[in-house]
Design a protein around this ligand. Structure first.
Ligand code: NAD
Length: 256
């Protein structure tokens, strides 16, 4: 029996990396999907792939910093699939990385808006739809950075991702009585376009360093993170709410 039969889910940042892998897994598990991303062509390709495998998905392109985009995603879920059960608020950016005295105000704001304010915009529109359903699962992609680890030159990213954990805990208590669960997922280093290891000019020494800080001595594949998102989205985690769930290959505890 598929784990997400008859469920409707929004996935943001669906055009690549963790969002794309999760969208495909959700579709395999029977969910109907509303996919969000900025790259129309990549979204169209994903929708076609899901359809070819027998799944159901529609895509809306837009920027998660745009409040109206978040509203339209929920309206589309309701109009196309009859409601909303799951929201994976996953789009994010490391943004400008610089020593604090060099970090621009525009860079700070862009990083906070893309990660944290967008999470607020998402929840603001997703929660009423879930209340109408009488249940739901909200999931935010945070990071070990800012929670179990400090890394230099990532102050805006760390602050935004830590802020998302505070948002998660507050909403979990606010929405628990309505049967809505709220959790954050904290991936370790994952091989996606945003990873430092895939930055232009990053050599094998960068990959070796990032692999080495994990207890498992490797990075995650996006598909491995998606399995944990599926757990949080599904009834398998029916008594799990308010968590900051590490899926980090042991980067948080590794001292070797
Ligand atoms: P990715 O670059 O493949 O995916 C990020 C997605 O977010 C992309 O689809 C991108 O287009 C989208 N996005 C960025 N800014 C946006 C905006 N303003 N509006 C709409 N979409 C926007 O990288 P990923 O690793 O899959 O990232 C997914 C999430 O995982 C992010 O929130 C990231 O912070 C988090 N994360 C990643 C790692 C890692 O090592 N890759 C580790 C911890 C947390």
């Amino acid at each position: 029996m598929p784990m997400l039969s008859n469920k409707v889910a929004i996935v943001t940042g669906a055009s690549s990396g963790i969002g794309r892998a999760t969208a495909k897994l959700f579709a395999h598990q029977g969910a109907s999907l509303v996919l969000s991303g900025r790259r129309r062509a990549a979204l169209d390709e994903l929708v076609a792939e899901i359809a070819a495998e027998g799944g159901k998905a529609v895509a809306i392109d837009g920027d998660v910093r745009d409040e109206a985009h978040n509203r339209v995603l929920v309206e589309t879920a309701t109009a196309t699939f009859g409601g909303l059960d799951i929201a994976f608020n996953n789009a994010g950016t490391t943004g400008e990385m610089a020593p604090i005295e060099d970090l621009s105000t525009a860079g700070w704001l862009e990083t906070i808006e893309t990660n944290l304010t967008a999470a607020f915009f998402g929840a603001r529109y997703q929660v009423p739809a879930m209340k109408a359903r009488g249940s739901g699962s909200l999931i935010f992609t945070s990071s070990f950075v800012g929670h179990t680890a400090g890394m230099p030159n990532t102050s805006a990213y760390a602050a935004a991702k830590a802020g998302m954990i505070g948002l998660t805990k507050s909403l979990a208590t606010e929405l628990g009585p309505q049967g809505i669960r709220v959790n954050a997922i904290l991936p370790g280093g994952t091989d996606t376009p945003m990873s430092f290891t895939n930055a232009p000019g990053a050599g094998p020494e960068v990959l070796a360093f990032v692999e080495g800080i994990h207890a498992l001595k490797r990075m995650a594949k996006p598909e491995e993170i998606a399995q944990s998102v599926l757990y949080l989205a599904s009834d398998a985690s029916s008594f799990t709410t308010g968590t900051a769930m590490l899926v980090d290959g042991g980067v948080s505890i590794n001292k070797t």
